[in-house]
Design a protein around this ligand. Structure first.
Ligand SMILES: C[S@@+](CC[C@H](N)C(=O)[O-])C[C@H]1O[C@@H](n2cnc3c(N)ncnc32)[C@H](O)[C@@H]1O
Length: 361
């Protein structure tokens, strides 16, 4: 115990934790570099010296060697000093290479985008208001939505949609489907290809995102003809013509007027229609999230992106649900929007919850 009454062992332990955090932040930036430059892929090809790895990836050896040193000290890559070899352990490779959702490279890229808009978010602390989605989009460029693409490739059809009783049959038979807040459109393009008898609309109010969505559609082989994109504010979603199915992936908590948007969704469904909302799998109560290993990251990303974009019209009190609005509040708001039957289903990702709401008619 320190003479002033503080527990010096506790302070020392907390200092260690802070050092871990600073190290994690710096290494996350380097993981993003490794992902974007192809260094992880080059290292995964087999043990090699820094000269060989630089040649494999077509990069400058001195920078590669410093990156490798940080990766080795950070216990991400191993080093064999006698041979001068660096190696990516086989058990690390699925988390740092390849196109599967387990590769954290795109998530590291998202954090890099968020870091670039920190000054704008800091301004909101002093002035309130928010940050326009377009500011994030201009920093992210073609990386916009990149983190979710492999997740949809792996989990959309059998995972998220397959978890909803009867939905796959309905989509196979032919349904009119809206994906609200479709962003860069990967999910709706995938659905359109998987269910050719259904007609899809991808709706978003970001022209940047919809440009990428349309580019993906026209660049796909075969090009799906059963999907169109609409630049519309979800708060102005018309009730006619109605939809059989409406989906919203990670989009409702980003709304400026989420209560109104949920009512519009309810009113835009046919009787018996279904709304599938994939959103965060958290409690609305902070104290119930403390043992959830995804909570701190989700609250942080919420603060750096979801909260400021949802308050971007500058009106205090608008939007601002945050990504961790939680199952309890979500269920309450869905019920208030008119859905009498709100059920939740586990998703293939522990971070996400599938809310399924049926229009009673
Ligand atoms: C986190 S992104 C999710 C995008 C997409 N569903 C996905 O999973 O990749 C949230 C999306 O909601 C859109 N959005 C936010 N407010 C909106 C509004 N009022 N009307 C339409 N779209 C909106 C944003 O432009 C953004 O594309």
């Amino acid at each position: 115990m320190h003479p002033d009454g503080t527990d010096s062992a506790g302070t020392e332990a907390f200092g260690g934790r802070l050092l871990e955090l600073l190290t994690g932040h710096a290494l996350t930036m380097l993981i993003s570099i490794g992902y974007r430059t192809g260094l992880f892929e080059a290292t995964a090809l087999g043990p090699a010296t820094s000269v060989e790895l630089a040649a494999r990836a077509g990069l400058d050896e001195r920078y590669v060697r410093e990156w490798l040193a940080a990766m080795v000290a950070g216990r991400i890559i191993t080093y064999h000093p006698d041979a001068g070899w660096y190696a990516l352990p086989a058990e690390h490779a699925p988390l740092l290479t390849g196109t599967r959702a387990s590769n954290i490279g795109p998530a590291a890229g998202t954090l890099r985008t968020l870091a670039a808009v920190l000054p704008s978010v800091e301004r909101c602390f002093a002035e309130g208001g928010g940050v326009e989605f377009a500011e994030f989009a201009s920093v992210a460029g073609a990386d916009l939505g990149a983190q979710w693409r492999p997740i949809y490739d792996e989990h959309l059809v059998d995972g998220f949609l397959g978890a909803v009783p009867g939905l796959l049959d309905r989509l196979r038979t032919g349904a009119r489907v809206l994906d609200l807040g479709c962003g860069t459109g990967h999910a709706v393009n995938l659905m359109a290809r998987a269910f050719p008898a259904s007609q899809f609309v991808g709706l978003d109010n970001s022209a940047d995102a919809l440009r990428l969505a349309e580019e993906e559609r026209t660049g796909s082989m075969p090009e799906p003809e059963n999907v169109e994109f609409q630049l519309t504010d979800a708060a102005e979603l018309p009730a006619h013509p109605p939809y059989d199915v409406i989906t919203a992936f990670d989009a409702v908590h980003d709304q400026r007027s989420p209560g109104l948007v949920l009512r519009r969704i309810h009113d835009a469904l046919v009787p018996g229609g279904v709304f599938v909302m994939v959103d965060g799998n958290f409690s609305s109560r902070l104290e119930r999230n403390l043992d959830n290993p995804h909570a701190a990251l989700s609250y942080a990303v919420s603060l750096l992106f979801c909260l400021p974009t949802s308050r971007a019209d500058g009106a205090d009190g608008a939007g601002g649900l945050g990504a961790v609005w939680g199952r309890e509040l979500a269920t309450e708001m869905l019920t208030a929007a008119g859905f009498l039957d709100v059920r939740t289903y586990p998703s293939p990702r522990p971070q996400s919850c599938i809310f399924v709401c049926t229009h009673a008619g």
